[in-house]
Design a protein around this ligand. Structure first.
Ligand code: OAD
Length: 262
């Protein structure tokens, strides 16, 4: 049983978090867009340059948007792929990878569609909202990996690009991400819920906790008896259920709790 961290003392909170992590038998990391922020990938909410303060999700991240203007949607996703390709995982990712080497009972469930977790060698990462680089035909679901990113797309989020045609059925190839109104991949969600029920410590890193069902995972972990640690410079709807809230960035918090990769 744990108690809510009422202490305003950041070093006391850090000490408690470090001890919980060190003693964890099954550590579950639940990451969101804030995990990639220090690698230069924009979050969706919470700052002036966040994606949904610049772009309308209804025009870019729904099936209706895709049907209305596939070239606009595809161009926007190509520019996001380009940004991710140029990004490098920060020290917090490396700390996670080093920790998993020492302690294979660390699992990661992410809402992120980038591949930064995998690029540091983290294993068995569950992607709840799909994969920016695993495309599929919008008609027959035939899979397509890793397209060349056209030079004209680099650096611009406003380039319209006609999607490629499926070699199997002629349909349009769409991004392999989950859009608003779509269901999450069933197996990924089921495994994530099982991990949330089984973990004894859940480390919630860089998510606003606004998007369900992902936002329910810390609640499931907490209800199942886990200690919940939140790493986020800001308060979120999940802060109230966290036993410890580290008001730090992802790299600062992960390095402090897990130790450095070296
Ligand atoms: P959000 O963009 O909603 O929230 C990002 C969170 O990261 C905020 O709470 C910030 O305070 C925090 N943050 C910012 N910088 C940080 C840093 N350096 N270190 C740690 N935290 C930091 O991202 P998500 O919660 O992941 O869905 O968004 C959930 C879903 O909403 C996304 O997967 C996406 C979006 O619409 C789909 O596209 C389906």
């Amino acid at each position: 049983m744990t108690v809510q961290d009422a202490s305003p003392d950041p070093s006391a909170a850090l000490q408690r978090a470090t001890q919980y992590v060190r003693e964890a038998r099954n550590l579950l990391v639940l990451s969101g867009a804030g995990m990639s922020a220090e690698s230069g990938i924009a979050t969706f909410r919470g700052s002036q340059d966040s994606l949904w303060s610049q772009f309308d999700p209804a025009q870019l991240a729904t099936v209706a948007a895709w049907r209305a203007d596939p070239a606009l949607v595809w161009g926007w996703y190509l520019s996001r792929m380009d940004k991710v390709r140029r990004a490098e995982p920060h020290a917090g990712y490396h700390a996670l990878a080093a920790f998993q080497q020492r302690s294979p009972n660390l699992r990661i469930v992410t809402q992120n569609v980038d591949d930064l977790h995998e690029r540091v060698g983290l294993c068995d990462v569950i992607h709840l909202h799909g994969d920016l680089f695993a495309h599929r035909c919008s008609d027959c679901s035939y899979p397509y990996e890793q397209f060349e990113i056209a030079d004209q797309v680099a650096g611009s989020a406003n380039v319209r690009v006609e999607p490629l045609r499926c070699t199997q059925c002629g349909g349009q190839v769409r991004p392999g991400v989950v859009w608003f109104g779509e269901s999450l991949p069933k197996d990924a969600l089921a495994e994530a819920e099982t991990l949330a029920r089984a973990c004894d410590v859940a480390l919630v890193v860089g998510t606003s906790g606004m998007v369900y069902p992902a936002a329910a995972l810390p609640e499931i972990a907490k209800r199942s008896g886990a200690t919940v640690i939140e790493i986020n410079p800001d308060q979120t709807p999940l802060s109230a259920l966290a036993d410890v809230h580290l008001r730090m960035t992802a790299s600062e918090g992960l390095l402090a709790c897990l130790g450095s990769a070296g």
